[in-house]
Design a protein around this ligand. Structure first.
Ligand code: XMP
Length: 523
């Protein structure tokens, strides 16, 4: 039972998270998916017809930054409340239900409530939403200035807190519920139990959205879209393109051809590993273009970071163009687009599917239909799917690595010799971080080669050689980052090994700059 939009498979059990802004919806969608119920985010401007077309098992109304009593605050088409679909309003979503349903009152008289709060059951026997095994008092995370003072007609208030006379209200007949607190955040210890109770018990979801079912549905959708056609995929070495390629290969086998461009700017042994994984282990047709010389020629004498990026990007397009022209009727292009890329801002709808697209910079006569099998998935789900498809941890758990590769970690002119020095130093950083068990705790850890030399002494000799800068950061999304407090013993090992094992390096520095004011990369 699948409905396909391009290569995107929609499972038969869907929960819609209605987004009232400020990023709350993504976390809710992820929590729902952790309960093995597929969820999608839609704007609060969603129409009744759009909702009915998705046949959702439940609707969840997210929190939002506004007050429901403010002029122009986002609301919901009242007809949606009449659909008879089980519904859970969270924070702003709960206040909206209280405001839009007859008899409910949202007032500003209370003092507001922020952070951890103690919530108590009231009218206990009337509750079907708060699982019986939950304590009568529980800590919940609140963030609101208005408060619900009266539940709507036909609803029972089943919990309250100091700043929320009605912290939970329920109508177990219509299966409409509101919670003032945020069950989706980690600071509400029993939050997931509440979501589980709503989805699996009240809304009747089965929770059968597993990695296996995702792959099965995606493969069917790709077969449906591509038919007897042929597809190509450019592998970058990163997880998204790798998982997308592995998924499409499972669907259409030899009718997929991948291209991997070795720019000469990859990390030590990385290109070998990509070829090994795809060609030898997975039997995927792979065109491996060794283009290092070409890149080094174009980069000779270039020192400005953005010019380097532009040259590296352009070379890729030209190589891809040559490859695309040599093809024999391939009309589909596989891309590893993820769900966060397609969710637009909180007020607009999830992005429309673009079915005909071009790789930026390719001439107009070379255009492909896109196959985007990961469009519905968050990054952590993509990693799990990748493992299920048999890809190795080196690929599915790989830290982010910039497209221009070591080209932006060598400050100043990029040469083959400098790349070799940096590859050796970078490999030591990654080996030692992995040996210390810290790889998955860090967003990125790598080495940088600056365009200077420093004086040192090794044995009885004076040296005049390169320093290496070690950069390791923690981050949630790369928008901000903190320098990692690596143990001194680890830093000491890194320093000793890099200086002893890498020719041409006589000093190691550790970057203790957060973002902002720094960036993660040095260029
Ligand atoms: P910055 O240095 O801006 O990096 O703090 C944020 C994240 O983006 C990655 N990055 C790039 N990725 N092409 C890419 O594909 C680039 O030109 C590029 N520059 C930075 C960086 O590794 C970090 O994860």
């Amino acid at each position: 039972m699948l409905s396909n939009v391009g290569s995107v498979a929609q499972p038969d059990e869907v929960v819609l998270v209605i987004d009232f802004g400020a990023q709350y919806a993504q976390l809710i969608a992820r929590r729902v998916r952790e309960l093995r119920v597929y969820s999608e985010i839609v704007s609060h401007q969603v129409t009744v017809e759009e909702i009915l077309a998705k046949q959702p098992k439940a609707l969840i109304l997210s929190g939002g930054p506004k007050s429901v009593n403010e002029e122009g605050a986002p609301s919901l088409d009242p007809a949606i409340l009449e659909l008879g679909i089980p519904m859970l309003g969270i924070c702003y979503g709960a206040q909206l239900l209280a405001q839009q349903l007859p008899g409910g009152v949202v007032s500003r008289d209370e003092s507001g409530e922020y952070g951890r709060s103690e919530m108590s059951r009231i009218a206990d026997s009337a509750s079907t939403l708060l699982p019986a095994d939950l304590p009568n008092e529980q800590t919940v995370w609140m963030s609101h200035f208005d408060a619900i003072t009266h539940a709507p007609n036909g609803f029972v208030a089943t919990a309250s807190s100091a700043g929320s006379p009605v912290a939970v209200f329920e109508n177990s007949k219509t299966k409409v519920f509101g919670v003032q607190y945020h069950p989706e955040v980690g600071h509400t210890p029993h939050g997931q139990a509440l979501l589980k109770q709503f989805l699996l018990h009240e809304a009747g979801c089965r929770g059968n959205w597993t990695m296996g079912s995702i792959i099965e549905a995606s493969v069917a959708a790709i077969v449906d879209q591509v038919g007897d056609g042929k597809a190509i995929c450019a592998l970058s070495g990163g997880v998204d393109s790798a998982v997308a390629a592995a998924m499409v290969h499972r669907a259409i086998g030899d009718r997929l051809t991948c291209i991997y461009v070795d720019t000469g700017l990859m990390r030590l042994n990385e290109s070998d590993q990509i070829v090994e994984t795809f060609e030898r282990n997975h039997g995927i047709k792979l065109i491996h273009v060794t283009a290092g010389e070409r890149y080094f020629e174009k980069l000779a004498g270039v020192t400005e970071p953005e010019t380097k990026r532009k040259i590296i990007g352009e070379q890729f397009i030209r190589i891809f163009e040559e490859f695309a022209r040599s093809l024999d009727g391939e009309e589909y292009l596989v891309q590893g687009t993820l769900y966060p890329d397609v969710i637009e801002s909180g007020t607009s709808d999830a992005a429309k599917i673009k079915s005909h697209h071009n790789v930026g910079g390719l001439p107009d006569d070379l255009s492909f239909d896109l196959v985007e099998p990961l469009r519905n998935l968050f990054k952590d789900e993509v990693r799990k799917v990748g493992s299920e498809l048999g890809l190795p941890d080196e690929i599915v758990l790989r830290q982010p690595f910039p497209g221009p590769g070591l080209g932006v970690r060598i400050i100043g002119e990029v040469t083959r010799e400098k790349v070799e020095v940096l590859q050796q130093a970078d490999a030591i950083v990654r080996q030692e971080i992995a040996a210390a068990g810290l790889e998955q705790e860090l967003w990125q850890a790598f080495a940088v080669l600056p365009d200077i030399r420093t004086v040192g002494v090794m044995g009885d000799e004076r040296t005049y050689a390169h320093p290496i800068i070690v950069r390791a950061v923690t981050s949630e999304d790369a928008m901000t980052a903190d320098w990692a407090r690596l143990p001194y013993e680890l830093l000491e090992r890194l320093s000793n090994r890099i200086i002893n094992e890498v020719d041409g390096v006589n000093r190691v520095a550790y970057d203790i700059t957060s973002k902002p004011p720094g960036t993660i990369e040095w260029e």
